[in-house]
Design a protein around this ligand. Structure first.
Ligand code: ZN
Length: 255
């Protein structure tokens, strides 16, 4: 049962409601949706901001880190005065200022094999804004097991990539392990701290993630499932490649 829109909601979301693909029904779906965002950093900041503004009714935020001066170049929900506060608490403050109607549930812990199922089970869709392979693969495997759609993005230097994984839907829907079966070791690829990252690139990819989450909630447009979209900021160009489902995938293959 979807909630009736109130008068202030009809005004707040008027530019959504006028879109044929959203309308009052779609906006009610957004308000009823529960989205878990892993990481309130570079990707999580714009992603959370747009999801809150869009009226996604319940936003879960997982982050065990605190705001540092070096975060402010790209993590645009955190302010200078938030330095030292936990990112989860700072994110909640920022999101409630954008839209007090949104319920923000914070988890000041690291996603682990022990807590992943418990944290993910309460949400419809998961968005990965984490910065390490261990978390990415844990999210891929747990979301597949729990049949949750995962919208995953990654950024480094001037390059970003994004895809959607819902391999539990069957043929034509690969997972992260269909693309790269085994997680690279953490030191095989440099981190943003080591190699750098353009601040606004986080905004581009985080906003794309918010768009894909909204599309998945509404069931509109063409899903990114089965496609990896790559953005090269220096070239100013997008490219994409198809991801094939591997029959021998350790996570989603037929066994
Ligand atoms: Zn797979």
């Amino acid at each position: 049962m979807l909630p009736e829109l109130t008068e202030p909601q009809i005004r707040r979301y008027a530019r959504h409601i006028v879109l044929a693909e959203i309308g009052g029904l779609g906006q009610s779906r957004l308000i009823a949706a529960r989205v878990l965002v892993v990481g309130a950093g570079g990707l999580g900041a714009p992603l959370l901001q747009y999801l809150a503004a869009a009226g996604v009714g319940t936003l879960g935020v997982i982050d065990d880190d605190s705001v540092d001066l070096s975060n402010l170049q790209r993590q645009v929900i955190h302010r200078t005065e938030d330095i030292g506060a936990t990112k989860a608490a700072s994110a909640k403050r920022a999101l409630q200022a954008v839209n007090p109607e949104v319920r923000v549930e914070t988890y000041e812990e690291r996603l682990t094999a022990e807590n992943a199922e418990r944290l993910i089970a309460g949400y419809d869709i998961v968005a990965d804004g984490s910065d390490n392979f261990a978390t990415r693969y844990l999210l891929n495997d747990t979301c597949h097991r729990l049949r949750r759609t995962l919208v995953a993005a990654a950024i480094l230097r001037f390059d970003g990539q994004i895809s959607t994984y819902k391999a539990w839907q069957g043929a034509g829907h690969p997972c992260l392990r269909c693309l790269f079966p085994v997680a690279p070791s953490e030191d095989a690829v440099p981190s943003c701290a080591q190699a750098g990252v353009l601040g606004s690139l986080a905004g581009t990819l985080g906003a794309l993630q918010a768009t894909e989450v909204v599309k998945e909630i509404l069931g509109v447009g063409r899903s990114l499932s089965g496609r990896l979209v790559m953005y090269d900021a220096l070239a100013g160009a997008f490219d994409e490649m198809a991801i094939a489902k591997r029959p021998d995938c350790p996570t989603c293959g037929a066994r």
